[in-house]
Design a protein around this ligand. Structure first.
Ligand code: NAD
Length: 353
């Protein structure tokens, strides 16, 4: 066995009710003026955080949106300067975490992340900002949150329509690393337990959305899967998701959830052992089929047609996705991508094409 491994500077506080620790954690680190970030839909979560940290709150910015538009970053930055914020607290899903990361990148403001979906962004050093209709992403350790508070109680009201796809989005981060051409054993250990926890808990959440134990397992799984991406790699799967999200504005989590079974099937012969390990972690016979079955249990959107794409879009997407080389265990051609997208468009059973 031979490998290199470097961790990111993670600090995690995890547990039901963990949000209550926010004031003491801010004090411990000497932060006195936090700007709380949220989406408009989660203003109530931002207000709860504000009430909790009381005089340590410098204000609320509730305009976070998907894909971190530069205009939003600039507006939040202007407010942060006006209220003399010394840190930001992102309470929400990947869109809100993403805004906190962008501010950390652009103005050096430390970010505290309180994730309320399974996006896992708080465990990665990946940032993204959209400018002029183009999303630029990069890796930079400065965007890793100073600390993250995972409180499963905040996820009890996450709608089923978001919970299922968001959970499979997290699984994707782990699956691509277990099925890498040269998997790293430490990353695989994190990833496999994350896959297991999500495979068990997501169907339970659909049955009983307010089941705290299932919510706890899912959030734990998302944390591990995010960690796997944070120190790991991406491949064809993420290339396809970013192409569809970036060029056709498809929902991030739904796109991941629909495509994962097909991208796993595509690579399955090239990375046979890793694919079997994913199946074993999920407790199923075959990984791609197991992911496809899970999708049909936890989401009503099961094919690319459901995301509003047309058949004509697939050829354009195949062109864009293969404009530059993609690091992937199995070589990628435009024709392969078009076939994969066509099968996913029709929601057919995944097969090794
Ligand atoms: P999101 O953050 O856009 O949230 C979706 C919706 O759910 C929003 O309206 C939000 O307010 C609402 N919501 C979130 N938590 C809730 C809760 N507990 N209860 C009720 N409503 C809630 O979606 P997402 O899928 O979490 O994040 C997607 C974004 O994250 C994309 O822009 C993606 O690129 C980014 N992302 C980045 C990374 C990374 O490592 N940088 C990783 C994963 C995702």
């Amino acid at each position: 066995m031979e490998f290199n491994f470097s961790a990111l500077p993670w600090q995690i506080i995890f547990g039901a009710g963990a949000l209550q620790q926010l004031p003491a954690e801010l004090d411990r680190r000497g932060y006195h003026k936090a700007l709380v970030l949220s989406t408009p839909e989660q203003r109530h979560h931002a207000e709860a955080a504000r009430d909790l940290i009381a005089t340590r709150c410098a204000g609320i910015f509730d305009q976070a949106v998907m894909h971190v538009p530069i205009q939003t970053v600039t507006e939040a930055q202007t407010l942060a300067v006006a209220v003399q914020a010394d840190c930001t607290v992102s309470i929400g899903g990947g869109s809100t975490t993403g805004l906190g990361k962008a501010l950390a990148l652009k103005s050096g403001l430390p970010n505290i992340a309180i994730p309320t979906t399974y996006a896992g962004s708080e465990m990665t050093n990946v940032w993204g900002i959209t400018e002029g209709g183009r999303k630029t992403t990069g890796r930079d350790n400065r965007v890793v949150p100073t600390f993250a508070i995972y409180d499963p109680e905040l996820t009890l009201d996450l709608p089923a329509a978001i919970s299922g796809p968001s959970g499979i989005n997290a699984m994707a981060q782990a699956v691509v690393n277990v099925t890498a051409a040269k998997p790293n054993p430490i990353i695989s250990a994190l990833a496999l337990d994350g896959i297991r926890a999500l495979a068990v808990s997501l169907p339970q959440i659909i049955e009983q959305p307010r089941n705290l134990e299932a919510r706890t397992q899912a959030l734990y799984g998302a944390c591990l899967c995010g960690a796997a991406l944070g120190v790991g790699i991406t491949g064809l799967h993420h290339r396809l998701c970013h192409t569809l999200g970036g060029s056709f504005n498809t929902s991030h989590a739904d796109t991941h959830a629909i495509l994962l079974a097909y991208s796993v099937a595509y690579n399955s012969q090239a990375v046979f052992e890793g694919t079997n390990r994913v199946a074993h972690a999920m407790g199923c016979e075959e990984a791609a089929r197991g992911i496809w079955d899970l999708l049909h249990v936890v989401s009503t959107k099961t094919n690319l047609r459901d995301l509003g794409l047309s058949e004509a879009d697939l050829a354009t997407a195949a062109d864009i996705a293969t404009e530059t080389a993609c690091l992937n265990p199995r070589p990628v051609t435009r024709q392969d991508v078009l076939e994969l997208l066509t099968v996913a468009f029709n929601g057919e059973l995944p097969r090794s094409l």
